[in-house]
Design a protein around this ligand. Structure first.
Ligand SMILES: NC(=O)c1ccc[n+]([C@@H]2O[C@H](COP(=O)([O-])OP(=O)(O)OC[C@H]3O[C@@H](n4cnc5c(N)ncnc54)[C@H](OP(=O)(O)O)[C@@H]3O)[C@@H](O)[C@H]2O)c1
Length: 322
């Protein structure tokens, strides 16, 4: 089977490897699509908290069909269409994964859509529902709103009944977030994020969703309303914001961490319940996610370069065996 392999940090090659066999409690999935995420670029570069030793395959979310099951597996069978996420290792024609980490796909969710929404939408939903307790009618400011998790947060926030304010580095990118359901848009390329969010919310956002960090995050944390929640999602800017603890004190606000992968490991059933809601929205045609492009596995290196260079709007997928 062909696999995209990081042979040295920063280096990717397409290699032929032996097909895997399932051990007890494992299944082998023939992967049809994988969804790429910004963190894949960080893992390949050795700049993520998850630091596998090469050789390893990147790719943390996939959809495909079960082709073999190991001893003791009852929850899924050969022929089931499934999706799942791992820390890395999915950019291969076949992957071997633990059976209790795969989710059987409903008929109305095609593989391509599953690979496009799994991580971004589950992260956004977990952040907004379990971590922020976002309520209908509240204001939600999303930074990096044209990006992967950002656009999902705009869409999910809107579906949960929030008034969504989308921020991005350019006016065009901010306006593109209106296509995901944003009610207002602002660019922090030419306006200070604190002023823009305060102006658009009439004093401060109930929830700020921040996958960007850096100076923009430092400004946005000052635009949280009384008893608001600032969600620490990621640092796509490359800088971790510094925060004076006087800010949550004077606002009665909370700074809340979001770690989707750990949530899935620790609270599998809650994650599955979140996915049921997301798949129901998908079936009803209510998701506004956008696929930027679908490239063959052999183009994986270019795909990750484009992602790292910020050239991607919406989701970038790799077509593996479909
Ligand atoms: N906490 C979790 O559980 C979790 C789960 C998934 C992802 N994440 C993290 O969330 C972050 C975003 O992931 P993603 O997949 O949404 O990535 P993405 O689509 O590539 O980037 C998100 C946004 O960040 C901004 N950005 C990217 N590179 C930048 C740079 N060099 N300088 C300044 N801004 C930059 C861009 O927005 P603008 O240019 O418009 O500002 C981009 O749209 C990553 O750090 C990822 O690791 C965290």
């Amino acid at each position: 089977m062909r696999a995209l392999v990081c042979t040295r940090l920063g280096e990717l090659e397409l290699l032929d490897l032996p097909s895997p066999r399932p051990g007890p409690g494992e299944v082998v999935v023939e992967v049809s699509h994988i969804g790429l995420n910004f963190h894949d670029t960080l893992i390949v570069a050795g700049r993520h908290v998850v630091r596998p030793e090469p050789p390893f395959s990147p790719g943390s979310e996939y959809a495909g069909t079960v082709v073999a099951v190991g001893a003791g597996v009852r929850s899924v069978g050969v022929g089931d269409r499934v999706t799942g996420n791992e820390e890395y290792g999915c950019a291969r024609e076949t992957v071997v994964v633990r059976a209790d980490r795969v989710t059987v796909l409903p008929d109305h969710v095609p593989d391509r859509q599953a690979a496009a929404i799994l991580v971004a939408y589950s992260t956004a939903y977990h952040a907004l529902v379990q971590r922020a307790g976002l309520r209908a009618g509240e204001t939600l400011a999303v930074l990096g709103a044209a990006g992967g998790v950002g656009s999902a947060a705009v869409d999910v926030g809107n579906l949960l009944g929030a008034r969504v304010i989308a921020g991005a580095s350019t006016v065009d990118r901010a306006n593109s977030a209106r296509g995901y359901g944003a009610h207002e848009a602002f660019s922090y390329g030419d306006t200070d994020a604190k002023t823009a969010i305060k102006d658009l919310t009439g004093g401060g956002a109930d929830v700020v969703f921040d996958p960007v960090g850096g100076a923009v995050g430092e400004a946005a944390v000052r635009a949280v309303a009384w008893e608001g929640r600032y969600l620490v999602v990621g640092f796509a800017s490359g800088d971790i914001p510094r925060l004076g603890l006087n800010i949550p004190l004077v606002k009665g606000s909370s700074v809340v961490g979001v770690f989707f992968g750990e949530f899935v490991r620790r609270a599998r059933e809650a994650h599955e319940a979140n996915l049921r809601v997301i798949f129901e929205w998908a079936g009803a045609g209510r998701l506004r996610h956008r696929v930027h492009d679908i490239l063959p596995l052999a183009e994986g290196r270019r795909a990750l370069d484009d992602l790292a260079a910020g050239k991607v709007e919406g989701k970038l997928l790799l077509r593996v065996t479909a």
